[in-house]
Design a protein. Structure first.
Length: 252
């Protein structure tokens, strides 16, 4: 065995390189597993979209609400306009404004579903001013897709509830409004109407992001291996041959 292979510096570099190669390779594999999970989730979402649209009766008969998530729906009901709230700092088309939320009391039922009706800009000169949004009376038919409740943003503790809010907790809002809400929301789709835009971003599980991260980890792993092989194995073998090729007359 070469004496160089037993030098402490060589041993330390070898162990460190092996550990980093193992780490980066395992992180790349982990990102691929995450991508596979997200691909399965995206496939489930796409499968839900291909199913026939839910009607009011089918939604009310659903025992496990998770089974209808992301499915198209056409629901009949009556707007509970008095309980309309405006979620602040919500984007659409790269602009910040309000998401308008109104409970829809489902036809022939005491149950309601929270509808994410659309987006409106806010008045930045008067942050307390509510935008003009019309809410039809009587029974209406609303088309959309079933979705989780709106995601939560950072909120200062003790914020008082009002028409303008940062977040909306479904259970707490149901108790506050006295309206029994289903544990799901309806993302209303279609053309702009009632002063609301509905250019919702399509569900994206971020599969490409995980593939990109996996490529970066595997590339770093390959780079570590390449640098180790060059500087610790190949380059030291080239140096003696270079020294031996120098003529004796040129040596001091």
């Amino acid at each position: 065995m070469s004496a160089r292979l037993l030098r402490p510096r060589f041993v330390v570099l070898t162990v460190a390189t092996l550990l980093m190669v193992a780490l980066t390779f395992s992180l790349g594999q982990w990102q691929l597993r995450r991508a596979a999970q997200k691909e399965a989730l995206q496939a489930a979402i796409d499968a839900q979209k291909r199913l026939p649209a839910l009607d009011t009766r089918a939604l009310l008969a659903t025992e496990n609400i998770a089974n209808v998530m992301h499915r198209e729906a056409v629901l009949l009901g009556t707007w509970q306009a008095a309980h309309t709230v405006y979620l602040d700092n919500r984007p659409m088309d790269s602009k910040s404004g309000f998401w308008v939320m109104t409970p829809l009391l489902l036809a022939d039922s005491q149950q309601a579903v929270l509808v994410q009706r659309g987006w409106v800009p806010r008045d930045f000169t008067d942050r307390t001013r509510l935008p003009d949004v019309s809410t039809p009376g009587g029974r209406v038919s609303i088309s959309g897709r079933m979705a989780p409740p709106p995601s939560k943003l950072y909120e200062f503790e003790g914020a008082a509830p009002g028409r303008i809010r940062q977040n909306l907790d479904l259970a707490a809002f149901s108790a506050e409004a006295g309206v029994p809400l289903l544990p799901v929301s309806l993302l209303q789709t279609g053309a702009a109407s009632e002063g609301l835009l509905r250019n919702w971003v399509a569900p994206n599980t971020g599969v490409d992001k995980h593939h990109g991260y996996a490529f970066q980890w595997f590339a770093l792993c390959a780079l570590l291996v390449g640098l180790y092989v060059w500087f610790q194995l190949l380059l030291p073998r080239r140096r003696p041959s270079v020294s031996s090729s120098v003529p004796d007359s040129d040596l001091p």
